[in-house]
Design a protein around this ligand. Sequence first.
Ligand code: C5P
Length: 218
Amino acid sequence: MIQIAIDGPASSGKSTVAKIIAEKLNFLYVDTGAMYRALTYYCLEKKINLNDEESVMKLLNQMNYEVKVVEEKLHYFVDQQDVSEQIRKPDVAKNVSKVASYPKIRKYLTELQQEIARKNNVVMDGRDIGTVVLPQANFKFFLTATPEVRANRRFKENQNKGISSDLSEIIQAIKKRDEIDSHRKIAPLIPANDAILVDSSNMTIEQVVTNLINRIQG
Ligand code: C5P
């Protein structure tokens, strides 16, 4: 099986790029952030104490998580409930890094991600794919951009969706999430030694995709 790992900080364009590359290569796209987000959303909905790893783990053991294609778009389900929109909301973004810092949660989801990659050619995006989940990946990329550029992209995305937001709040939220993700003990956000670094601050999505595809196809 062929494995392509794309890691990077919040809103670095990983998922957009990973989705396009997966489509071009006819590989399975795996959004590992969506798994941590779905669990976080479900904890909030079920009023689980996010400070208690055991309670969060209990819910993870019980919940059923599925990804399905609905009208040509990926949709995420927990216990048959479509949570695709909910998992992108600010309260989930604000709490997900806490949930993702728990060792038992990471072990469970890492094994799930590895199992998917054993059975499929994958483009997988996340924070620790090149370092922990798929250290033997055929290709590893680490996508970055300055926090300001990333926040601006998110701000414009919100505008296009008709959601009003505050740019300085987005910058703060992004920096905070990166800070927690980069400094946790297990599987922190760092480039693998053999990852190709791509700074997309001054690149369009198309340029990033072309850059990665050229490297993959040699
Ligand atoms: O990629 P996305 O922004 O959706 O990820 C949401 C959060 O999930 C990250 O901020 C991080 O805390 C966590 N995550 C992780 N490991 C991954 C993917 C995501 O810890 N492989």
